[in-house]
Structure formats: structure tokens, C-alpha cells
Design a protein around this ligand. Structure first.
Ligand SMILES: [Zn+2]
Length: 182
């Protein structure tokens, strides 16, 4: 087991990330930056303990039972959660073509905004010739006023990650990672 106080990039199983309960915020942000995140609502503790892939949890018990790649986030700082993930997965915290539906993780496709008439505010249709639509749940997305807030958050994360990680602020380590030997 490797315990780290300062999060450094490392190689974990690629593919799907399993996000434990109480980390719903993190699963939404991971999807926005293109990481396939499965939120644990549909998993039992037993399944999460043995699933193959990276599991992210706030549960010390689950962390100690796991034998595969696991990240334990004890800190309450949401930006540190996302920074730790960005560093561990070695991904860019940006919104782009890879972005997934934050709500369900479905693929987003570009559609003519006229098809969304009656489903999104009319001024959105007028201002945007195209919208993004989730293939799975059918939600529509567009660049709006909330976008600046998202960019601000991602810029902070980018800066934390490029400055070499997250310094521990107290005596106790608040982020732990263990990796299966490759
Ligand atoms: Zn969706």
C-alpha cells in the first residue's frame, strides 16, 4: 500500500472509475471533463470491494477491504477531490469534445437547437444554433452564464495539479491511494 500526502501522478487501471456514495459532486465533475465515472448508487459495498478498476471512496472501511486500485478522500475540500483525480488519472481538467453528461454519464451529441423548442427556454434556442444533447437521458446542454463558474473551478484545479499537488494542511494525511501491483 502506498500512502501519499502529496498527490502525484500515478498509473491506475484505465477505463471506468467507480465513485462511492457521498461523492456525487465528484462524479458529475469527472463526467464533465470526460472521465467515465459510475456513481455507486447501484452497487453494494461487497461489489465495490471487489470490482476491477479504480474505486474512489470516503469510507475507510471499504478502503482497507479493497485489494485493487483505490483512492480514499478524507478531505472535505471538493477542489482537492477533483485535483487528486486529475493527477491520479493524468487527465486534463477541461471541457471539450470528450465531455459526458454530468447527470448520467451518457455521450453528448451536437443537435440543431430547433429540436429543443419547448424543452429549453426560447432565448437559448435563439442564441444557439446547436445544442449538446445526451444520448442516454435526453438532457440538453449549452454554454450559458454558469459556464464561467465551471471554467473558474477547472482553472483552480489545473493550477493545483500543475503546482505538483495538494499540500496537507494538518498533521493527518487526508488523501490516500493504493495500487494493485502491475
Ligand atoms: Zn444524460
Amino acid at each position: 500500500m502506498r500512502v501519499i500526502g502529496l498527490v502525484k501522478p500515478c498509473r491506475v487501471s484505465a477505463g471506468v472509475v467507480y465513485v462511492d456514495s457521498m461523492l456525487g459532486w465528484l462524479s458529475r465533475w469527472l463526467r464533465m471533463i470526460g472521465v467515465k465515472a459510475v456513481y455507486s448508487g447501484s452497487f453494494s459495498d461487497e461489489e465495490l470491494a471487489t470490482v476491477d478498476g479504480l474505486v474512489v471512496t470516503r469510507d475507510r472501511g471499504l478502503y482497507s477491504r479493497r485489494t485493487g486500485d483505490t483512492l480514499l478522500l478524507l478531505t472535505d475540500n471538493h477542489l482537492h477531490w477533483l485535483t487528486a483525480m486529475v493527477m491520479v488519472l493524468n487527465v486534463k481538467p477541461t471541457i471539450g469534445d470528450n465531455s459526458l453528461c454530468p447527470i448520467c454519464g451518457g455521450r453528448l451529441i451536437k443537435v440543431n437547437s430547433m429540436e429543443a423548442v419547448g424543452k429549453v427556454p426560447m432565448n437559448v434556442v435563439r442564441r444557439n444554433p446547436t445544442l449538446l444533447k445526451c444520448e442516454s437521458c435526453g438532457r440538453y446542454y449549452w454554454v450559458g452564464s454558469h459556464h464561467r463558474g465551471i471554467e473558474r473551478t477547472l482553472n483552480i484545479v489545473k493550477e493545483l495539479a500543475s503546482n505538483g499537488g495538494i499540500e496537507q494542511s494538518g498533521p493527518e494525511c487526508l488523501i490516500y491511494i493504493k495500487m494493485k501491483p502491475k
